[in-house]
Ligand binder design. Sequence first.
Ligand SMILES: *Cc1c(COP(=O)(O)O)cnc(C)c1O
Length: 372
Amino acid sequence: MEFIDLKSQYQHARAQIDQRIQTVLDHGQYIMGPEVAELEARLAEYTGARHCITVASGTEALIISLMALGIGPGDEVITTPFSFIATAEAIVLVGARPVFVDIDRSTCNIAPGLIEAAITTRTRAIMPVSLYGQPADMEEINAIARRYRLAVIEDAAQSFGATYQGRKSCNLSTIGCTSFFPSKPLGCYGDGGALFTSDDALAGAAREIRVHGQSRRYVHTRVGVGGRMDTLQCAVVLAKFDRFEWELAKRANAAARYNARLSGRIGLVGCNPNRCSVYAQYTVVIEERERVQAVLHAAGIPTAVHYPVPIHVQPAYAHLGSVDSCPVALEMAKKVMSLPFGPYMSAEDTEHVAATLLAATGVALPDAASCE
Ligand SMILES: *Cc1c(COP(=O)(O)O)cnc(C)c1O
């Protein structure tokens, strides 16, 4: 069993993917070819954001967003310590300081009620992460941001396709950033990412920063980066995008099957009302994680931990904030475990994983008769 089964996806979409790649090989415009603008138009339309700017990776999307907002030395950005390192890394790379705010125990997303106390005169932005594919509490976060005139950058690297109050992730705040890393819900075959905004000035700035701050050829009006997404990777995303809604429905099915088996028996990362997760990860909350992982591993079931060490206690980041400032993040880092998951996962496989997991955690399996 694969943790994320990209091979089955390729087998399903092979004709479209191969054809899209062949088209690029034939026209030969490997940098900023026609597929780049085509993908940007389709993704902007899908999210409802006015602008989509593809970039080299999700990390690059975060960095370019901060640069476009003019955030740098002396500035603070409020974020969550319970994320992939890139979230805080981008803030440090532009010279600003990440200020870590603890998470909500049920969703593992930043706790909006703790944000206001972390705001100082140096705060410029809030960077929530829509972890595991579920949008953060954007309404509460946006309301705080409006009161203090802060920008909100949604790290939507795991949540492309998710909805919040009927709107798409990536179009919920000043800027939304996503990643097309192969294992993300919408992935390419290498590195790729995009940022979304409906602010024309920010979009213009991001487009320039993506190409070395260039406003016209060899005219560099600002300092930028080499941050373009390859035409070939855009072609791969375009081919996969045609089946993305279908895959999201399959993801929802697989999650519902896990939920039906596990809910009420072991801890799950909660889903808030008014939003829908794309389950970049299907994550459970358990005690004795190492032992349970070993049992699953012995049964041929791969697992992963997102994330075992919160950012605020990582060696390179510990000096930035009090190491014991986010106790919930520290606790969840010891308990979360992600299960094999994906749109191509069979009912037999989700059943096998759920049964093995329940047995490993000592929860008695309901017999077939007691299952409605
Ligand atoms: C994957 C990920 C990123 C980074 O994306 P890359 O495309 O790998 O650079 C950033 N933030 C979160 C939450 C992620 O999961």
